[in-house]
Design a protein around this ligand. Structure first.
Ligand SMILES: [Zn+2]
Length: 314
């Protein structure tokens, strides 16, 4: 079944935009990649240095305000999470991403433009078995009031996220997502990144948010949303945090079979959670999706037969 095969895109496709933190113009091209490549960034401007950086948790070098990956030559790509979220949700496993600068284009601050790019490129099955990371034991990461938990599940990735902000325009928000391409696209992909006016000066002084504007972020000033068109969803803030988690969890290198819960957490915490998963091999297993789901169906059929037999005996 194609569903349990590795997938890449049918055709290469490009976009141009500015980096959220650098403010520089960046060109990016998504290209089909061979089976077992994974998601790999290729800095086309790396001149003489190792230009390739796999989008996996062990290559994460910075999680202040975004997820940034880098290789041993110091070649980096920042703000990959919104693109990774689209790639994860759309079920793409192998992709080469050519990029001519240190940060992905921010586009409108959401994942929707990247979902659109992948849909335009088309997605194709590659005939090779698809593997997944299945969580076997509860893995919890806490830091202050932030908490992330992965628990074993029978199928898919079911996600819950909650946030609490003092600003009353945000306050307490919760959201649930059963991760499929349709659920992500329809309910989460358009949620934009957000920032607080009082933080902008500080961020700019350390070289961040230089490309941020009302065209690519929600800006909150005390209890006011400064974007004249307001919000895209009434709880756009928690939806964006969920979107970030969809992107950051894909840094494990596989689709995941687990229940996920995130509370007040950010990129640093999700990355620490993945490190905790991989720190103990008994936390997870890498499974062949087709074999796993076939045995699950068989198991279910046997259970149903047993239930029927018990009914008949009773
Ligand atoms: Zn984000």
């Amino acid at each position: 079944m194609e569903k349990y095969q590795q997938k890449t895109i049918k055709h290469e496709i490009s976009c141009v935009g500015i980096g959220l933190h650098t403010g520089n113009k960046i060109s990016m091209t998504l290209k089909p990649a061979e089976i077992n490549t994974g998601i790999v960034f290729h800095r086309t401007d790396a001149a003489g240095r190792d230009a390739y950086i796999p989008a996996r948790h062990e290559y994460v070098v910075d999680t202040r305000m975004c997820t940034c990956i880098g290789n041993k030559d110091g070649v980096k790509v920042a703000t990959i999470e919104h693109l990774m979220a689209a790639i994860h949700a759309m079920g793409v496993n192998n992709l080469m991403i050519d990029i001519d600068g240190p940060e992905t284009p921010v586009m409108d601050g959401s994942s929707a433009p990247f979902v659109f790019l992948l849909e335009c490129a088309g997605i194709k099955a590659q005939g090779a078995p698809l593997k997944a990371l299945r969580i076997l034991k509860t893995v919890r990461y806490t830091s202050g009031d932030k908490e992330l938990v992965l628990t074993p599940a029978e199928k898919g990735l079911n996600m819950h996220f909650s946030i609490d902000f003092p600003a009353s325009v945000i306050g307490h928000q919760e959201a649930d997502l059963d991760l499929t391409a349709a659920n992500f696209k329809n309910m989460f992909s358009r949620a934009r990144t957000f920032g607080f006016l009082q933080d902008i000066e500080m961020l700019r002084s350390i070289g961040l948010a230089r490309g941020g504007s009302l065209d690519n972020a929600i800006l909150v000033n005390d209890n006011t949303i400064m974007n004249k068109d307001g919000l895209r969803y009434s709880n756009e803030f928690v939806r964006h945090k969920m979107l970030d988690a969809v992107g950051d969890l894909y840094m494990c290198g596989y689709p995941m079979i687990a229940d996920f819960s995130g509370s007040r957490s950010g990129h640093t915490d999700t990355n620490a959670l993945l490190s905790a998963v991989f720190a103990d091999e008994s936390n997870y297993e890498i499974i062949d999706m087709a074999t796993y789901y076939a045995s699950l169906a068989e198991h279910k059929a046997v259970e149903e037969d047993e239930d029927l037999m018990q009914l008949e005996c009773a």
